[in-house]
Design a binder for this molecule. Structure first.
Ligand code: GUN
Length: 283
């Protein structure tokens, strides 16, 4: 019988520990502030940003939202980032991606001060993660690691297979599993005989963005399956990259969608923002 890895439960515990620290900081007169930039009116981005603001409220952060129109110029966006970098009362800066097509995402990511880069997207932070000596961890992969740790799932020596090689999830996910002594394989759209690789995974992480891509024939008996996907199925219903109903009976542990990795991303964002504040104030 498989066990569900409950992202709501684990994220609640992460947020509650942040909230407890925020209360102590407040008594010392320290306020933690996250600035969130959203450009345009992508409905999915709007939902994510609203959820991030709700989480800020829950843990006791001040959140500032900068909702810019879709036609905002690169110069205007860069000027806002510069202003937020300079403000001592802003501890974390997050620019919700994707940006409208005419804007240069890479330039924006590199313009955010690495000390306020609570997404851990800046090259300095990515490099530090690679070395294993970091201040911030990327939110989604770190959220997955929190889940594994909460359920006492040991990574050491395990065959870990990541499907997907994005900068946001696949690549840093592989690095964090490696830090925990996993034997890690990254697979992608050009991988030959993908099934043959995924079938050897003790821990399988799906981060490809294709609804129900991982079927029962791709999973080993007793595997731990982590689904990072957030897609809509043919009926418009939210679903992951894993065909849950088909795959779950083969697993020891599996994350659902929704209620799995999703809430973890935001919980780690709260953790990073608190850390940014403490580092900036030498606390
Ligand atoms: N778009 C999708 N995921 C993320 C994320 O983790 N951070 C930001 N800033 N944008 C995203």
């Amino acid at each position: 019988m498989y066990k569900i890895i409950d992202g709501k439960l684990v994220s609640q515990s992460v947020k509650d520990s942040v909230k407890a620290e925020v209360e102590v900081l407040k008594e010392k007169g320290v306020e933690v502030t996250l600035a969130v930039i959203i450009v345009g009116d992508d409905p999915a981005s709007r939902v994510y940003v609203n959820n991030k603001k709700k989480a800020c409220e829950y843990v006791g952060f001040r959140s500032l939202e900068y909702a810019l129109p879709a036609q905002t110029s690169q110069e205007e966006l860069m000027a806002l980032v510069d202003e937020l970098n300079a403000r001592e009362d802003v501890n974390g800066i997050l620019c919700q991606l994707p940006l409208p097509k005419h804007l240069d995402e890479k330039a924006v990511i590199e313009a955010i001060s690495p000390k306020k880069d609570v997404d851990a997207f800046h090259a300095v932070n990515v490099g530090q993660i690679m070395i294993g000596d970091y201040d911030f961890l990327p939110c989604t992969p770190a959220g997955v690691m929190e889940m594994l740790s909460y359920y006492d799932i040991d990574v050491t020596g395990k065959n870990c297979v990541v499907i997907g090689r994005s900068n946001i999830v696949g690549k840093p996910m592989a690095m964090l599993l490696l830090h925990k002594n996993g034997t890690v394989t990254i697979t992608h759209s050009r991988t030959v005989d993908l099934k043959n690789v995924t079938n050897k995974a003790d821990i399988l992480v799906a981060a490809i963005g294709k609804a129900k891509f991982v079927g029962e024939d791709m999973v080993k008996d007793g595997a731990v399956v982590i689904d990072v996907g957030m897609n809509r199925d043919e009926n418009g219903k939210l679903c992951g990259d894993v065909d849950f109903d088909a795959v779950a009976p083969k697993c020891s542990y599996i994350t659902p969608v929704p209620g799995g990795v999703g809430p973890m991303t935001i919980a780690v964002l709260m953790k990073n923002t608190l850390k940014a504040c403490k580092l900036q104030k030498n606390l």
